[in-house]
Ligand binder design. Structure first.
Ligand code: GLY
Length: 134
């Protein structure tokens, strides 16, 4: 494979993994989320009120809440992948999630920066920053 084809294939793999990660969140699929994340995941997200949270327990709280059976759809808008050497990547996008809220369709929006690290051939999600600006 040429270097360019290799890069394209890595970018495709990371976009697929990032989409799977977002779908695991939308679907409340803790098993998939933990498969994709490093146990030392660090995060800034609105729920953490400006604090850097470390590890998976903070996130598990939300997965443990009862999930509604309502349909959902997750879309990454303008996803970008920046490869930093062979083992680190930054994926940025706006995440749109469509759901039913009180029986009516509603869309939430977050700006996201997610960092992935390749440890011995397996990409793991190691850090993210998620903002919500309306
Ligand atoms: N709060 C879980 C995540 O955005 O990865």
């Amino acid at each position: 494979m040429t270097d360019e084809a290799n890069i394209d294939s890595t970018v495709d793999e990371l976009l697929t993994l990032n989409q799977r990660l977002l779908e695991s969140i939308a679907g409340g699929d803790w098993e998939s989320y933990t498969e994709l994340c490093d146990s030392g995941l660090t995060a800034f997200e609105p729920e953490a009120r400006g604090q850097l949270v470390e590890g998976l327990d903070f996130h598990k709280f939300y997965f443990d809440l009862e999930q509604s059976a309502s349909p959902w759809n997750v879309t990454m808008i303008s996803p970008q992948v920046m490869l930093l050497g062979d083992d680190t990547a930054v994926v940025t996008c706006v995440r749109l999630t469509q759901r039913l809220v009180d029986g009516a369709p509603a869309t939430s929006k977050f700006e996201e920066t997610r960092v992935w690290h390749n440890d011995q051939g397996t990409w793991k999600h190691v850090h993210f920053h998620r903002s919500a600006n309306g």
